[in-house]
Design a protein. Sequence first.
Length: 243
Amino acid sequence: MRRATKMKIHHNKFFIGIIPAGMVPFFFSLLLFSCMEDNFRDVRIPDSTSWRPYLALPVGSGQVDVNDFFLDYLPPGNQPYDTTSVYYNDSLFHLDRDRVVTEHRFDYDPGDYIDSSGYIEYARVFFRVENHYPTQSRFQLYLLNNEGAVLDSVFDGPQQINPGVTDDSGRVSKPSRQVFDSELGRGQIDSLFTFPHLLLRSHVLLKNEQFSTVRFDPAEGIWVEVYMRVRLEIRKDDLWDGI
C-alpha cells in the first residue's frame, strides 16, 4: 500500500462578520446603554426576549492532490492482472489500483467564536469543492475524538464529486464546482466542542470511461473548503451573565 497523499492547507480569508467568544453580551450591553436616557428604570426587557442570529464559522480549506502518490510510486514490472494506465506529468504509469485514498484532519476550535455549544440552536456543515482533475472523487467527513477514533460521519454516505470538463486530449479545460451540506444533530454539535476534530477521507479515481488513459497535472488538484452555518439562541439571562 502506498501512503496517502497530503492535503495542503492554507488560511481561509473568506469569512467575515464572525463574533469572537464573549463578544455577543458585550455588543448587546453596548447597544442597550447607548439607547438609554438618564433614567435606567425606564428600560424593561421581557423574559421572552431572545436573539437568533446566523453566523458562518470557518473550519478549513486546502487542496487534495495525488502528487505524493506518484512521486513515491515505483512503476511495477510485468503484472499478470489488469492495470490502470495514467499519465502523470507526461509520464505513463501502469497502476495496480483504480483510486488513490487521501486523508486529512481539520483541527480547529469553535470555542474561539462561541462560548458554548449551548448557544447553538441549529448547525449545518458545508463542503465546497472545485475539481481540476479529469476523474471523479468520493469523500466523507468524520467527527473524531482526541485519540483520532471516528465518532460519527457528517454525511449519510460518501458524496461524489464530478470530474472536470475535458477537451479532446483528456486535459481539464473547466473545473467542476459543487457544494454539499448536511445538518448536524444535537449530539454532533456538542461533540465539536468536546472534540474539535474533523477527518476528510477522499477517494480520487484514476479512471475516466471516456479515455483509455487519464492525465494528472501536478499543478492541479481538488480545492476544498469546509465551513459551518449556525443559528444561535441568546436569551436575556445570557446577556446579563456576560456583562
